[in-house]
Design a protein around this ligand. Structure first.
Ligand SMILES: *Cc1c(COP(=O)(O)O)cnc(C)c1O
Length: 374
């Protein structure tokens, strides 16, 4: 079996932990004093592998983690993560004992959720979601009476209050105005809580917010996408005030090479028809691995060339045009995200070519892809 690595026979992910460390460092350098990073590792750490990433981050001194649901939180605890783990989404109150037994922190999504979680003898650590205009989770920022009552609940230990910006990724006047409105509302609530003597951590910024509104960071900034060295869109990454380094690269291999004659079609639906003699490579990656079906036309690096994906993307394979590359052969590597020599393709570019944002592309990368630390 010499020279054969089944993990790398068709498609895989490589993780650059040095890049992750770099991103932590530059993001921390943007934080005001007394503010720290909460590493958002939901959705399998945006496809990177939650435990691998969280363990590395814990070694780097991060002691606060954000996840979306109870199962993700339990995965971290079972894997030995010791720091604060905040579930950013809803958990049914019937799981309160599981939450407390595992020292998890739960988001309170509204007043009724708080009331339903307020039972039993062991207080549950919670962060109270505050709605400042996104209208997703949270009690309205100006409903002071409900908010105070949650603070008074004996079955809850309110350790934090947080909100979320919904237009922080844009410099359009309308978006900046809305963000400032949200930030102001949140600050007003914070002032009220201070007056009342409620000492809590506060947080409102995620990755985009940190890039634009860092003075508004409270005690925590909930960074997800930026930790992984990218932003939701290519333009946002370009305008980033710090240099982020991508953690993830996506690799595949050419499984076979064939020639198509003029007029011959390729793959499902006869969608691609060869105009002249074409050399085609079949890659061992498809939408079953998370390569979007809409990624036809996106670029792939093969050797020191960039070639397009052609035809319809299948569940387990896709096609790439190798015309004019005489030396390319079965087994050669194809890079879908990453850099090689002079060429590079960012996750943002592949996402944009597929009509989506980086976050969605990354978190859909499938379980069939083995994650390997470089
Ligand atoms: C996912 C999420 C984040 C992280 O957002 P990024 O834009 O990836 O940094 C922060 N806060 C909440 C509430 C989230 O759901």
């Amino acid at each position: 079996m010499k020279g054969f690595n089944s993990d790398k026979s068709r498609a895989w992910i490589e993780l650059d932990m040095v890049a992750l460390e770099h991103n932590v460092r530059v993001l921390c350098s943007m934080l005001p004093q007394n503010s720290g990073l909460m590493a958002v590792v939901k959705a399998n750490a945006y496809g990177h592998g939650a435990l691998t990433v969280a363990k590395k981050l814990e070694c780097l001194g991060i002691n606060s983690f954000g996840v979306a649901c109870l199962d993700e939180a339990l995965e971290l605890r079972r894997g030995g993560i010791k720091g604060e783990v905040l579930i950013l989404g809803y958990t049914n109150p019937s799981f309160k004992d599981t939450l407390t037994a595992n020292r998890l922190s739960q988001t309170v999504v509204d007043y009724d959720h708080a009331a339903a979680l307020n039972f039993g003898v062991t207080p549950l650590k919670v962060h109270l979601a505050i709605d400042t205009g996104m209208h997703r989770l949270g009690i309205a920022w100006n409903e002071r009476e409900s908010i105070s009552r949650v603070f008074g609940m004996k079955g809850l230990n309110v350790e934090g209050v947080f909100s979320h910006l919904c237009t922080a990724d844009s410099d359009k006047t309308k978006c900046v105005e809305f963000s400032l409105k949200q930030l102001t509302a949140f600050n007003e609530l914070k002032r009220y809580l201070e007056e009342q003597g409620y000492g809590v951590k506060s947080h409102i910024l995620a990755s985009s917010g940190l890039m634009r509104y860092s003075p508004f960071a409270g005690e925590l900034v909930r960074t997800g996408i930026a930790l992984y060295g990218v932003m939701s869109r290519e333009d946002e990454l370009r305008d980033c005030p710090v240099e982020l380094r991508p953690v993830l690269s996506l690799h595949s291999r050419i499984m076979l090479v064939r020639e198509l004659d003029e007029g011959e079609s390729l793959g499902y639906g006869l969608e691609y028809v060869s105009r002249g003699k074409h050399k085609i490579g079949v890659l061992g990656i498809g939408y079953g691995d998370g390569l979007p079906r809409s990624a036809t036309g996106a670029s792939v690096i093969i050797g020191d060339c960039v070639r397009p994906i052609i035809g319809r993307i299948c569940m387990d394979q896709c096609f790439v045009d190798l015309t004019g590359l005489p030396d390319v052969k079965t087994g050669d590597e194809a890079l879908l995200i990453g850099s090689s020599g002079q060429n590079s393709i960012s996750a943002c570019e592949l996402a944009e070519a597929s009509g989506t944002i980086t976050n969605e592309l990354l978190c859909r990368l499938g379980t069939r892809l083995k994650r390997m630390v470089k």
